[in-house]
Design a protein around this ligand. Structure first.
Ligand code: F6R
Length: 251
């Protein structure tokens, strides 16, 4: 695992965006695994800027998003499909048929998860998977549990995740309780993984996930078993690593 320290959120976003840009430059038809949430917004902003400057091109790439809320249609402003359109896809030259996100509007959970597993297989697997980390160690929406979840499945969100997500929903809007998510096996099948973390609220869980026991109780800890993981985090999120004397590179 490679740990890269950034001084703040903007610097973390630029460093992580550089890794994604390099992937696209070296392999224009890459399959990018993408995430939503607040952590990757700065990365997407940076990628859009480099696209406008003519430095990167999305024409040949495909994307596979990690997850989507069950029960939300793609035109619902709280859906992850909407998030991806407004934060990235509307601003770059990606081909819409190359965009893949679980269909939250499909009430047939088993059917939707099977379809999504097929999609991931059909695109040839993920070249570079971007991940954020939840306060409880979740990746995608793989919540702490008794076993590592496998492929795409429907999950009941932990109360702490529902509470954390509530900040994106207005008064009177129902915060979804279920989601379709790529499983741990789907994530671990990616050829490369890029995990980002920002802020002191992530310091404990990031350290536990990367340096603690590998256990389904901390889903991100499974990443210790992947052969090509890069963690880009800001100083605040890396506080525990430095305190424990773990070597962290600045580039
Ligand atoms: C989002 C996702 C989640 C988030 C995690 C961190 O697609 O899969 O695992 O990455 O909840 O969210 P933020 O970045 O908002 O702290």
């Amino acid at each position: 695992m490679k740990l890269i320290k950034a001084k703040d959120y903007d610097s973390m976003s630029r460093k992580a965006a550089n890794i994604i840009a390099a992937q696209l430059i070296l392999k224009p038809d890459s399959v990018l695994g993408l995430a939503t949430g607040s952590s990757p917004v700065g990365i997407y902003r940076q990628l859009i800027e480099w696209y406008r400057d003519g430095d990167i091109d999305f024409a040949a790439c495909s994307t596979v998003n990690l997850d989507e809320y069950a029960g939300l249609t793609a035109d619902n402003k709280q859906s992850y499909a909407w998030f991806m359109q407004t934060n990235l896809f509307d601003h770059v030259n990606i081909t819409s048929k190359n965009i893949n996100i679980p269909n939250g509007a499909n009430p047939d959970a088993d059917g939707e998860c099977a379809r999504y597993n097929q999609v991931i297989g059909d695109v040839g697997g993920v070249d570079l998977q971007l991940l954020g980390i939840g306060h409880n160690g979740h990746i995608g929406f793989n919540e702490p549990g008794d076993a590592f979840e496998k492929d795409t499945h429907c999950v009941a969100l932990a109360q702490s995740t529902i509470d954390a997500n509530a900040r994106f929903f207005g008064p009177g809007e129902t915060v979804p309780t279920h989601a379709y998510t790529m499983g741990i096996r789907s994530i671990m099948s990616a050829r490369k993984i890029l995990l980002i973390a920002t802020g002191e609220a992530k310091a404990d869980i990031l350290y536990k996930a990367m340096c603690g026991s590998i256990t389904p109780a901390v889903p991100a800890s499974v990443l210790q078993l992947h052969s090509d993981v890069t963690v880009v985090a800001d100083q605040a999120a890396l506080a525990k690593f430095e305190a424990a004397g773990v070597k962290v590179s600045s580039h």
